[in-house]
Design a protein around this ligand. Sequence first.
Ligand code: ATP
Length: 464
Amino acid sequence: MSEVKLDDLVSLTKRRGFIFPGSSVYGGLSGTWDYGPLGVKLKDNFINLWKYFFVDSREDIYMVDAAIIMNKKVWQASGHVDTFNDPLVECKKCHSRFRADKIDLSHCLVCGEKNSFTEPKNFNLMFSTSIGPIGDGVGEVTIDRAELEKILANNKDSKISLKTDNENLVYLRPETAQGIFVNFKNVVDSFYPNIPFGIAQHGKAFRNEISPRDFIFRSREFEQLEIEYFINPEQWQEKFEMWINLIHQWFNLIGLPAGMITDKEIDGADRAHYSKRTVDFEFDFPIGKEELMGLAYRTDFDLRNIEMFSKKSMEYKPKDGSASFVPHVIEPSFGVERFILAILSSAYKQDEINGEKRVYLDLPFKLSPIKAIFGPLVRNKSEIVDLSKKIFKEIKSEITDILWDDSNNIGKRYRRADEIGTPFCITVDFQSLEDNMVTVRDRNTTIQTRVALDKLSDYLKKQF
Ligand code: ATP
């Protein structure tokens, strides 16, 4: 179990400018979060490293960037319209709503009423909206369709008719994967990849979660990094193992301790009906052991459904002249927010330096939003300030993620650097004027080293 409490992380990330509650100035909007200057950097570093590891350093995976709003047939073909549901229950006393499979149904968590819940009903998690001009939006009312049908059934003279198909209806995508499947043929026909090959996508996904909770762990708007790895079905077992292996290499690269990760094989009964094998990778979050990401063998389910709904062939013709076939897929699905939470909670450390307690984030250098904090020891000595500015400009032109901090209290400077996971603090002092050296303090050990100015950039770059 993670050592840090969720509340401590929420508070640190807000105080230091990583993550804020969404729309907080207006009292917030449940299930949404905004990233501040350091959060953006951390997330970008994570995503860029992911793109390097899974796409750019390989020869078999390519990226697409599909529109978030897609033709609603995408979600009919994928099964989301009919089956992307969670079981919803409502307390009959206080009308609070919950996800039935995530709570103890013996009493209401809000009002405490015993055995007060309605029967679970399916609640579709997709957000819907309309495309194109459908009225001026003024004075429109939202009516439950089933209620309206009841009213109309009792009012035979009514001139109101209900459309069976709303042409303007569209959904915000609840996963990025379908944006890959609908572009499968485009990529094959324009790019001619050799099978096996993967198509990756990074972007936002939206789910109208019944009870968003646990900080960014379950949000209504989040980011995914997904890969559909297209294979010949004969190879599925071998390629599935390859992916388990790659995913563990990835955990290691971003510094997640192996002891905090569990590979959970999902039983047939709990697996999505189209999946022949699913492994969930669970992490010891501050809220307990929960799903960090998933790996699924989705067979040819999606491409076959697209064939059925679009009447277009999704066959792949191998370049060696062998028979065409509809590829199968192995899908690793990474949730950015859950990784950010895992990275922050495993990096959060507390210790004591010279009798003083401190908190620091032991972030890997590659992920740290800021690589070094730089400043003069004092602000009132112009030679030191001038020299500092000169060196800062030079270093910043080579390593951009360096922050100027000239607050006079060096202790405060260090505390901030530690809490935002900055590996180095560089200080220019009186001695620097004599010996052309600066003091470099290491975040984890707090050891200070004198480094010559002409070696400073190499000293920092060594860490990349
Ligand atoms: P859960 O069972 O926790 O609801 P899921 O099995 O529905 O998750 P998938 O549909 O497999 O999740 O989505 C793939 C990945 O997307 C998840 O492993 C997770 O990392 C991320 N994810 C899914 N839902 C959310 C959410 N509401 N907030 C943040 N990340 C999410």
